[in-house]
Write a protein that binds this ligand. Structure first.
Ligand code: HEC
Length: 245
Protein backbone atom coordinates (compact mmCIF):
# COMPACT_ATOMS: atom_id res chain seq x y z
CA UNK A 1 0.00 0.00 0.00
CA UNK A 2 2.72 2.41 1.09
CA UNK A 3 4.67 1.48 -2.02
CA UNK A 4 1.75 2.30 -4.29
CA UNK A 5 1.33 5.75 -2.77
CA UNK A 6 5.03 6.45 -3.12
CA UNK A 7 4.94 5.36 -6.71
CA UNK A 8 1.90 7.51 -7.42
CA UNK A 9 3.54 10.53 -5.83
CA UNK A 10 6.72 9.88 -7.78
CA UNK A 11 4.93 9.47 -11.10
CA UNK A 12 2.78 12.53 -10.42
CA UNK A 13 5.67 14.76 -9.48
CA UNK A 14 7.58 13.49 -12.51
CA UNK A 15 4.58 14.31 -14.66
CA UNK A 16 4.28 17.80 -13.20
CA UNK A 17 7.96 18.53 -13.63
CA UNK A 18 7.80 17.33 -17.25
CA UNK A 19 4.80 19.59 -17.83
CA UNK A 20 6.68 22.51 -16.34
CA UNK A 21 9.70 21.84 -18.54
CA UNK A 22 7.51 21.62 -21.63
CA UNK A 23 5.79 24.87 -20.71
CA UNK A 24 9.16 26.53 -20.04
CA UNK A 25 10.38 25.59 -23.52
CA UNK A 26 7.22 26.76 -25.17
CA UNK A 27 7.35 30.22 -23.63
CA UNK A 28 11.00 30.55 -24.55
CA UNK A 29 10.14 30.47 -28.24
CA UNK A 30 6.58 31.74 -28.08
CA UNK A 31 5.72 33.82 -31.09
CA UNK A 32 8.24 32.25 -33.46
CA UNK A 33 6.60 29.97 -35.98
CA UNK A 34 8.61 26.82 -36.65
CA UNK A 35 7.29 26.58 -40.23
CA UNK A 36 8.72 30.05 -40.94
CA UNK A 37 12.13 29.07 -39.57
CA UNK A 38 12.26 25.82 -41.52
CA UNK A 39 11.18 27.53 -44.76
CA UNK A 40 13.78 30.25 -44.36
CA UNK A 41 16.55 27.79 -43.51
CA UNK A 42 15.76 25.91 -46.74
CA UNK A 43 15.71 29.17 -48.71
CA UNK A 44 19.11 30.13 -47.29
CA UNK A 45 20.66 26.79 -48.26
CA UNK A 46 19.28 27.35 -51.78
CA UNK A 47 20.70 30.88 -51.88
CA UNK A 48 24.11 29.65 -50.72
CA UNK A 49 23.94 27.01 -53.47
CA UNK A 50 23.50 29.83 -56.02
CA UNK A 51 26.51 31.66 -54.57
CA UNK A 52 28.65 28.55 -54.96
CA UNK A 53 27.46 27.79 -58.49
CA UNK A 54 30.54 29.21 -60.27
CA UNK A 55 34.00 30.41 -59.27
CA UNK A 56 32.92 33.91 -60.22
CA UNK A 57 29.73 33.96 -58.15
CA UNK A 58 31.68 32.51 -55.21
CA UNK A 59 34.38 35.21 -55.43
CA UNK A 60 31.72 37.90 -55.54
CA UNK A 61 29.83 36.49 -52.54
CA UNK A 62 33.09 36.52 -50.56
CA UNK A 63 34.01 40.05 -51.65
CA UNK A 64 30.55 41.46 -50.90
CA UNK A 65 30.39 39.41 -47.66
CA UNK A 66 27.08 37.95 -48.86
CA UNK A 67 28.11 34.38 -48.08
CA UNK A 68 29.03 35.35 -44.51
CA UNK A 69 25.68 37.14 -44.16
CA UNK A 70 23.57 34.27 -45.52
CA UNK A 71 25.50 31.54 -43.71
CA UNK A 72 25.63 33.46 -40.41
CA UNK A 73 21.87 34.00 -40.58
CA UNK A 74 21.44 30.29 -41.38
CA UNK A 75 23.51 29.38 -38.29
CA UNK A 76 21.17 31.46 -36.11
CA UNK A 77 18.05 30.02 -37.79
CA UNK A 78 19.39 26.49 -37.23
CA UNK A 79 19.90 27.14 -33.53
CA UNK A 80 16.38 28.58 -33.40
CA UNK A 81 15.08 25.32 -34.93
CA UNK A 82 17.24 23.23 -32.56
CA UNK A 83 15.83 24.95 -29.46
CA UNK A 84 12.25 25.19 -30.70
CA UNK A 85 9.77 22.87 -28.95
CA UNK A 86 8.57 21.73 -32.40
CA UNK A 87 12.02 21.76 -33.98
CA UNK A 88 12.31 17.97 -34.26
CA UNK A 89 9.08 17.86 -36.25
CA UNK A 90 10.78 19.72 -39.11
CA UNK A 91 13.01 16.70 -39.80
CA UNK A 92 15.98 19.06 -39.96
CA UNK A 93 19.19 18.12 -38.09
CA UNK A 94 19.50 21.56 -36.45
CA UNK A 95 22.94 21.26 -34.80
CA UNK A 96 24.53 19.79 -37.96
CA UNK A 97 22.99 22.54 -40.08
CA UNK A 98 24.24 25.18 -37.64
CA UNK A 99 27.80 23.85 -37.65
CA UNK A 100 27.94 23.63 -41.45
CA UNK A 101 26.53 27.16 -41.71
CA UNK A 102 28.97 28.62 -39.18
CA UNK A 103 31.88 27.11 -41.12
CA UNK A 104 30.43 28.37 -44.43
CA UNK A 105 30.35 31.89 -42.98
CA UNK A 106 34.11 31.74 -42.47
CA UNK A 107 35.49 29.81 -45.42
CA UNK A 108 37.33 31.43 -48.33
CA UNK A 109 37.75 28.22 -50.31
CA UNK A 110 35.22 27.06 -52.92
CA UNK A 111 36.24 23.41 -52.44
CA UNK A 112 35.63 23.58 -48.72
CA UNK A 113 32.42 25.58 -49.19
CA UNK A 114 31.11 22.95 -51.63
CA UNK A 115 31.70 20.17 -49.08
CA UNK A 116 30.06 22.22 -46.33
CA UNK A 117 27.08 22.93 -48.58
CA UNK A 118 26.63 19.18 -49.13
CA UNK A 119 26.67 18.80 -45.33
CA UNK A 120 24.04 21.54 -44.99
CA UNK A 121 21.84 19.88 -47.61
CA UNK A 122 22.15 16.54 -45.80
CA UNK A 123 21.27 18.27 -42.50
CA UNK A 124 18.07 19.58 -44.09
CA UNK A 125 17.25 15.88 -44.68
CA UNK A 126 17.92 15.12 -41.02
CA UNK A 127 21.46 13.75 -41.42
CA UNK A 128 24.35 14.59 -39.11
CA UNK A 129 24.54 15.67 -35.51
CA UNK A 130 26.21 18.08 -33.12
CA UNK A 131 25.91 19.70 -29.73
CA UNK A 132 22.39 20.92 -28.98
CA UNK A 133 23.78 23.85 -26.98
CA UNK A 134 25.35 26.90 -28.61
CA UNK A 135 26.27 30.44 -27.61
CA UNK A 136 23.83 32.84 -29.30
CA UNK A 137 26.42 35.60 -29.01
CA UNK A 138 28.76 33.74 -31.37
CA UNK A 139 26.43 32.40 -34.06
CA UNK A 140 26.70 35.35 -36.45
CA UNK A 141 29.01 38.34 -36.82
CA UNK A 142 27.20 41.50 -35.67
CA UNK A 143 27.83 43.51 -38.89
CA UNK A 144 26.54 40.67 -41.05
CA UNK A 145 23.58 40.23 -38.74
CA UNK A 146 22.75 43.97 -38.96
CA UNK A 147 22.94 43.83 -42.77
CA UNK A 148 20.45 40.96 -42.73
CA UNK A 149 18.27 42.82 -40.19
CA UNK A 150 18.24 45.80 -42.59
CA UNK A 151 17.31 43.68 -45.58
CA UNK A 152 14.52 41.88 -43.66
CA UNK A 153 13.22 45.18 -42.35
CA UNK A 154 13.14 46.60 -45.90
CA UNK A 155 11.05 43.58 -46.97
CA UNK A 156 8.70 44.09 -44.03
CA UNK A 157 8.32 47.79 -44.91
CA UNK A 158 7.40 46.84 -48.50
CA UNK A 159 5.01 44.06 -47.44
CA UNK A 160 3.33 46.34 -44.92
CA UNK A 161 2.09 48.44 -47.85
CA UNK A 162 1.60 45.56 -50.26
CA UNK A 163 1.04 42.24 -48.49
CA UNK A 164 1.35 39.11 -50.63
CA UNK A 165 0.91 35.76 -48.83
CA UNK A 166 0.38 36.14 -45.04
CA UNK A 167 2.14 32.89 -44.15
CA UNK A 168 5.13 33.77 -46.32
CA UNK A 169 5.33 37.48 -45.54
CA UNK A 170 5.72 36.60 -41.86
CA UNK A 171 8.95 34.67 -42.57
CA UNK A 172 10.89 37.97 -42.62
CA UNK A 173 9.55 38.92 -39.19
CA UNK A 174 10.26 35.46 -37.73
CA UNK A 175 13.85 35.61 -38.97
CA UNK A 176 14.11 39.13 -37.53
CA UNK A 177 13.03 37.64 -34.18
CA UNK A 178 15.83 35.07 -34.45
CA UNK A 179 18.37 37.78 -35.29
CA UNK A 180 17.08 39.75 -32.29
CA UNK A 181 18.11 36.78 -30.13
CA UNK A 182 21.68 37.11 -31.41
CA UNK A 183 21.59 40.86 -30.66
CA UNK A 184 20.24 40.20 -27.15
CA UNK A 185 23.16 37.85 -26.52
CA UNK A 186 26.02 39.69 -28.26
CA UNK A 187 26.66 42.75 -26.12
CA UNK A 188 30.29 43.36 -27.17
CA UNK A 189 29.37 46.78 -28.62
CA UNK A 190 28.46 47.96 -25.11
CA UNK A 191 31.69 49.60 -23.96
CA UNK A 192 30.39 50.74 -20.59
CA UNK A 193 28.95 47.90 -18.49
CA UNK A 194 26.50 50.32 -16.85
CA UNK A 195 24.79 50.62 -20.26
CA UNK A 196 23.99 46.90 -20.48
CA UNK A 197 20.37 47.29 -19.25
CA UNK A 198 19.76 49.88 -21.97
CA UNK A 199 21.11 47.55 -24.66
CA UNK A 200 18.86 44.83 -23.30
CA UNK A 201 15.81 47.11 -23.43
CA UNK A 202 16.39 47.94 -27.13
CA UNK A 203 17.20 44.34 -28.06
CA UNK A 204 14.17 42.99 -26.13
CA UNK A 205 12.00 45.57 -27.82
CA UNK A 206 13.22 44.43 -31.27
CA UNK A 207 12.56 40.84 -30.23
CA UNK A 208 9.02 41.53 -28.96
CA UNK A 209 8.06 43.70 -31.91
CA UNK A 210 9.32 41.25 -34.52
CA UNK A 211 7.43 38.38 -32.85
CA UNK A 212 4.36 40.62 -32.77
CA UNK A 213 4.89 41.55 -36.43
CA UNK A 214 5.04 37.90 -37.51
CA UNK A 215 1.75 37.14 -35.74
CA UNK A 216 0.03 40.28 -37.05
CA UNK A 217 1.21 39.56 -40.61
CA UNK A 218 -0.16 36.02 -40.44
CA UNK A 219 -3.47 37.33 -39.08
CA UNK A 220 -3.55 40.17 -41.68
CA UNK A 221 -4.07 42.48 -38.74
CA UNK A 222 -3.20 45.90 -40.21
CA UNK A 223 -3.38 47.84 -36.96
CA UNK A 224 -1.14 45.28 -35.27
CA UNK A 225 1.35 45.40 -38.13
CA UNK A 226 1.57 49.20 -37.87
CA UNK A 227 1.92 49.09 -34.09
CA UNK A 228 4.75 46.55 -34.09
CA UNK A 229 6.43 48.05 -37.14
CA UNK A 230 6.66 51.43 -35.39
CA UNK A 231 7.90 49.78 -32.18
CA UNK A 232 10.64 48.00 -34.15
CA UNK A 233 11.65 51.25 -35.89
CA UNK A 234 11.97 52.86 -32.47
CA UNK A 235 14.19 50.02 -31.25
CA UNK A 236 16.55 50.37 -34.27
CA UNK A 237 16.77 54.15 -33.99
CA UNK A 238 17.08 54.22 -30.20
CA UNK A 239 19.84 51.64 -30.09
CA UNK A 240 21.76 53.25 -32.97
CA UNK A 241 21.56 56.70 -31.34
CA UNK A 242 22.99 55.31 -28.11
CA UNK A 243 25.42 52.61 -29.27
CA UNK A 244 26.34 53.16 -32.92
CA UNK A 245 26.35 56.83 -33.87
C1 HEC B 1 20.29 46.63 -29.40
C2 HEC B 1 20.92 47.53 -30.34
C3 HEC B 1 20.53 47.56 -31.79
C4 HEC B 1 19.29 47.38 -32.34
C5 HEC B 1 17.96 47.07 -31.65
C6 HEC B 1 19.46 47.53 -33.77
N1 HEC B 1 20.76 47.81 -34.07
FE1 HEC B 1 21.55 48.06 -35.93
N2 HEC B 1 23.40 48.34 -35.12
C7 HEC B 1 23.70 48.36 -33.78
C8 HEC B 1 25.11 48.61 -33.60
C9 HEC B 1 25.84 48.70 -32.28
C10 HEC B 1 25.66 48.77 -34.90
C11 HEC B 1 27.13 49.09 -35.25
C12 HEC B 1 27.97 47.87 -35.19
C13 HEC B 1 27.89 46.96 -36.34
O1 HEC B 1 27.57 47.36 -37.47
O2 HEC B 1 28.20 45.81 -36.16
C14 HEC B 1 24.56 48.60 -35.83
C15 HEC B 1 24.70 48.65 -37.19
C16 HEC B 1 23.65 48.56 -38.09
C17 HEC B 1 23.82 48.66 -39.53
C18 HEC B 1 25.15 48.84 -40.26
C19 HEC B 1 25.68 47.43 -40.55
C20 HEC B 1 27.13 47.31 -40.92
O3 HEC B 1 27.41 46.63 -41.90
O4 HEC B 1 27.97 47.86 -40.21
C21 HEC B 1 22.58 48.55 -40.08
C22 HEC B 1 22.23 48.58 -41.55
C23 HEC B 1 21.62 48.36 -38.99
N3 HEC B 1 22.33 48.39 -37.79
C24 HEC B 1 20.26 48.21 -39.14
C25 HEC B 1 19.36 48.01 -38.08
C26 HEC B 1 17.91 47.94 -38.20
C27 HEC B 1 17.15 48.11 -39.50
C28 HEC B 1 17.41 47.69 -36.96
C29 HEC B 1 15.98 47.51 -36.52
C30 HEC B 1 15.11 46.67 -37.29
C31 HEC B 1 18.55 47.64 -36.05
N4 HEC B 1 19.69 47.84 -36.76
C32 HEC B 1 18.42 47.42 -34.68
C33 HEC B 1 22.81 48.13 -32.75
C34 HEC B 1 21.45 47.86 -32.89
Amino acid sequence: MKKTICLTVLVCSLGVSMMLTARGDATKESGIDIADLAADAKAKVGLIGDMLATGESFEESIKEKKLAQAAGTLAALSQGITEHPQGKGTGIAGPALRDAAAALAKTKSLDEATKLLAGAQAALEGKGDGDVKADWAKLVNMHRSMDEVQSRFNQIRRLRRKPTTPNEDSIHASTLAILAKTIQADTHEVKNKADLPEWKTFADSLSDSSRGLAKAMKAEDKAGITKFYLAATKACAGCHAKFRD
